[in-house]
Design a protein. Structure first.
Length: 432
């Protein structure tokens, strides 16, 4: 028998769900920040994931190797530095649904986006345009606009920002399809998010890629809020490229080394690229020749030595993802986020509005929330008041202008009890 809403809003129910959770042991493998001597209710994994307890050991392994072996650490012992980035290749490919040769951990997200556009944004007078979503994360817009200008085109006409057509700033698939059909003859490139950062809306990547390719455009994705959050099938989606960071759901630390995907059909592309020594064919790299011969696959877009200390925490996180498995993490994520949604509808309808789509297939862990008391300045003031009150109570989400509180129950370490704590804290808040 389905539990009643009264039962849902009970400590016994939350504790029973957590006790029955097959992934419950993973929480103990993270450092949980404290508030007044107790675990914080941390819902900010969509901004900075918590530290896996194994991260320190991997970093200290590198430091010890450096101390004991110095330059020889590149070639000797365990976890050699020369092929160190290969240690994360297979587990990372499993997380994003790619062939191992299609992924590489390198650089930062925006640097990787620029490197991908060097190769995949090749505008012509007939096809100069890039299609993106209006309200994208600013770094993406800055990057795309600067690339349009760099190639001598005008962002006013050639950077096309599709406006949302659905409630709360979300997009219907029909609107995306219409835009691709309308601008198709002018489109050189489509860059779209896997999950929109402010609303938390998730998109059908395979369908966007299909529509874009049918229109003659290249299609790439920014997966900053999708990797480690949703099961991805990048190879099967037929995306040309994708970029993402590892400091959010992938729990690899502030400013962590980012990730990049290049589809296998471009493994030996003759498209131009910015070249560096580390992208040169491994078999002949140390011959130090003057002519660049790229390594096949995503590795061929590397420029310089991987930052070993930066990659070390990613190893620890990927071990946890491999043990838990994305299907199980996704199932728990649906339960946790659905529980949060149900309690908001039952207990907080006079306080909070959910901006994220209700369809679980159109969202990941994140719910974007607005305080009901109006929009604009009034809504912002009320939202900031609630956000700051929650932080004082040891319940941490994050804030996005102009009026959104993002709450993300992460399945590796959040619990039903955390969700209950958030709801009760909101109930205790008194609006100014």
């Amino acid at each position: 028998m389905e539990p009643t809403l009264t039962e849902l809003f009970s400590d016994d129910y939350a504790q029973a769900q957590d006790a029955a959770d097959p992934l419950r042991g993973f929480r103990d493998r993270f450092h949980i920040p404290k508030h007044d001597g107790h675990d914080q209710a941390y819902f900010c994994g969509n901004s900075l994931g918590l530290q896996p307890k194994t991260a320190r050991a991997h970093v200290e392994e590198v430091l010890s190797k450096w101390a004991m072996e110095a330059v020889e650490g590149h070639f000797t012992g365990q976890a050699q530095w020369m092929p160190y980035h290969e240690l994360v290749r297979d587990p990372l490919a499993a997380v994003v649904g790619a062939e191992p040769s299609e992924v590489v951990a390198m650089n930062s997200l925006t640097a990787n986006l620029h490197l991908m556009m060097v190769s995949f944004y090749r505008p012509t007078r007939e096809r100069p345009a890039i299609l993106m979503e209006a309200g994208a994360f600013p770094s993406d817009r800055y990057a795309l606009e600067s690339q349009v200008r760099f190639h001598g085109f005008d962002p006013a006409t050639d950077l096309i920002e599709l406006q949302p057509d659905a409630p709360d700033g979300t997009f219907s698939m029909q609107a995306i399809a219409r835009a691709i059909a309308e601008y198709g003859p002018r489109l050189a490139l489509i860059v779209w998010p896997g999950v929109q950062y402010r609303t938390g809306q998730a998109f059908d990547l395979a369908e966007i890629a299909r529509l874009g390719h049918a229109a003659g455009a290249v299609v790439g994705f920014d997966l900053a809020h999708a990797v480690g959050n949703l099961p991805l099938r990048l190879h099967d989606s037929d995306a040309d490229f994708a970029v993402w960071c590892h400091y959010k759901y992938m729990n690899s630390g502030p400013g962590a080394v980012a990730g990049c995907f290049v589809h296998a059909r471009h493994a030996r592309t003759d498209r131009p690229r910015f070249a560096g020594w580390w992208g040169h064919d491994q078999a002949t790299r140390f011959r130090m020749g003057p002519d660049f011969s790229p390594t096949s696959g995503a590795d061929g877009w590397q420029l310089s030595n991987p930052p070993i200390l930066g990659l070390a925490p990613l190893r620890g996180s990927l071990e946890l993802f491999a043990q838990a498995g994305m299907p199980a993490l996704r199932e728990k994520s649906k339960r946790l986020t659905g529980y949060l949604e149900a309690l908001i509808h039952e207990r907080l309808t006079g306080t909070l509005q959910i901006a994220t789509p209700a369809d679980p297939e159109q969202r990941g862990a994140q719910l974007s929330l607005r305080v009901v008391q109006g929009r604009g300045l009034q809504g912002r003031e009320a939202g900031r008041s609630l956000f700051e009150f929650l932080a004082r109570e040891g319940v941490l989400g994050d804030w996005r202008e102009p009026d959104v509180i993002r709450i993300s129950p992460v399945p590796l370490y959040n619990t039903h009890a955390d969700v209950m704590r958030f709801v009760r804290a909101v109930e205790a808040w008194r609006a100014p």
